[in-house]
Design a protein around this ligand. Structure first.
Ligand SMILES: Cc1ncc(COP(=O)(O)O)c(C=O)c1O
Length: 415
């Protein structure tokens, strides 16, 4: 039996965050506005704010978009795409998610140690017997791509008195994890005969679903879907509850025909659309902001070179705001001179090279700015907002990578 979701609503603290530090001073941050929290520690130079209510609402809106019979897996790998896995797992489950997806054994254990009881699928491949045994101990579901892995699981579960729940992945065109298409029906049958294994589902992963709605992306997605359906048709009869799934966020939003019994949603859960064409299909609210403080104001004349390489020279007498965040915090150097930050609802251009710990804003048109002022690098302030997609557009990255790139030097505040 899979574990039930009972108990997943326990309030859980994420370790080693600014939240904890403040909590120790008897100052619970959940009851305060973010500005008040930041003011509570004026020494904090930069931080991330995570809004679990947004994750919960996104999850609820995604749920409404799915049919009643389609389950929703919240993909919370990579520390919940940088939002804090335990926090977003809790918010997702409150918003109606049925299960959780992680990439590694350690990520699964973290959820269990925090008290989450929902089914957890490990999407990455576990190759060591010790790791698969840990799945049995922690009731995590490994993904199998081969008979070798299935036999490893069978052997280690043998004699334990417990069955190991597993899922089989089939490669329909991603050429990453999964068994060969033609092997899948035989593997399902063979795994079904292994008395220590409980095969809970079969799935595949889309390679181009976040591409255009026509052209190559549409063609490859449709080919993958057809391959998946061919496998499903060739399977021996399955018991109730056998779960077939294919879609990530993009697949979920682009075509209901890709939903099957469950969708595995990551990016959309965090409030971002995987593709401009899919924007607006479901109401999504970004759940993460990046903020930093001004640590110094400099009034300089025209003609002054700014930061490493002097890639920017002031064209007028300028007021420069030095901000305490840099590429070592996750603001990539490739964004240098191509982004803005928001101060009091006003966009201020970032100028010169972004350095390891600091960047410079041109605050000439914002004379109120002072040491200690808070600027928003990502997120919303007033009517202005900056998205991971905007960063990706100028740096050649993708929103997934932007979200995952923030480092532990940035404390995370749950608001
Ligand atoms: C197997 C698998 N399923 C689902 C997802 C979620 O993808 P997305 O964030 O695009 O929704 C991922 C993320 O990379 C994944 O690897």
């Amino acid at each position: 039996m899979l574990p039930t979701q009972q108990g997943c609503r326990q309030a859980l603290a994420y370790p080693a965050t600014m939240q904890d530090l403040i909590a120790k001073t008897g100052d619970p941050p959940r009851n305060k506005k973010p500005e008040e929290i930041a003011k509570a520690d004026p020494r904090q130079r930069a931080w991330i704010e995570v809004n679990p209510t947004a994750v919960e609402a996104n999850c609820r809106n995604l749920r409404r978009y799915l049919s009643e019979s389609c389950a929703l897996m919240a993909v919370v790998k990579a520390d919940g795409y940088g939002h804090g896995a335990v926090t977003v797992a809790q918010a997702s489950l409150l918003g109606g998610a049925n299960s959780l997806g992680v990439a590694t054994l350690q990520e699964g254990i973290e959820l269990r140690q925090a008290g989450h009881k929902a089914p957890v699928l490990v999407l990455g491949n576990l190759t060591h017997a010790e790791d698969l045994r840990a799945c049995l101990d922690w009731q995590l579901m490994p993904t199998l791509s081969s008979m070798r892995e299935a036999l490893l699981c069978q052997n280690l579960a043998d004699g334990s008195g417990r069955k190991l729940s597993v899922q089989l992945k089939v490669d329909t065109g991603m050429s990453r994890l999964g068994c060969e298409l033609k092997e899948a029906p035989r593997l399902v049958e063979a795994i079904g005969r292994l008395n220590q294994l409980d095969l809970k589902g079969i799935y595949s992963h889309l390679a181009l679903a976040d591409g255009d709605l026509q052209g190559e992306a549409a063609l490859v997605t449709s080919q993958q879907q057809q391959s998946f359906e061919r496998v499903l048709r060739a399977l021996p009869a399955q018991k109730n509850g056998f779960c077939r799934h294919l879609a990530n966020s993009a697949g979920t939003l682009r075509d209901r025909g890709l939903h099957y019994d469950m969708v595995r949603v990551g990016l959309a859960l965090y409030g971002h659309s995987p593709n401009n064409h899919l924007h607006g299909k479901v109401d999504l609210k970004p759940a993460l902001s990046v903020k930093a403080r001004v640590t110094l104001i400099r009034d300089v004349p025209a003609g002054v070179g700014v930061s490493y390489g002097h890639r920017f020279t002031t064209q007028r007498p300028s007021r420069l705001a030095i901000v305490g965040i840099g590429y070592a915090d996750g603001v990539s150097r490739s964004l240098s001179g191509r982004i803005s930050a928001i101060a009091d609802g006003q966009l201020l251009p970032q100028v010169g090279s972004i350095t390891m710990d600091q960047l410079v804003l041109d605050a000439t048109d914002h004379p109120e700015m002072e040491v200690g002022s808070i600027v928003t690098l990502l997120g919303q302030d007033g009517d202005a907002f900056i998205t991971p997609q905007q960063w990706s557009d100028v740096s050649g990255s993708i929103p997934w990578e932007v979200l995952c790139s923030f480092k532990h030097r940035l404390p995370r505040i749950v608001i």
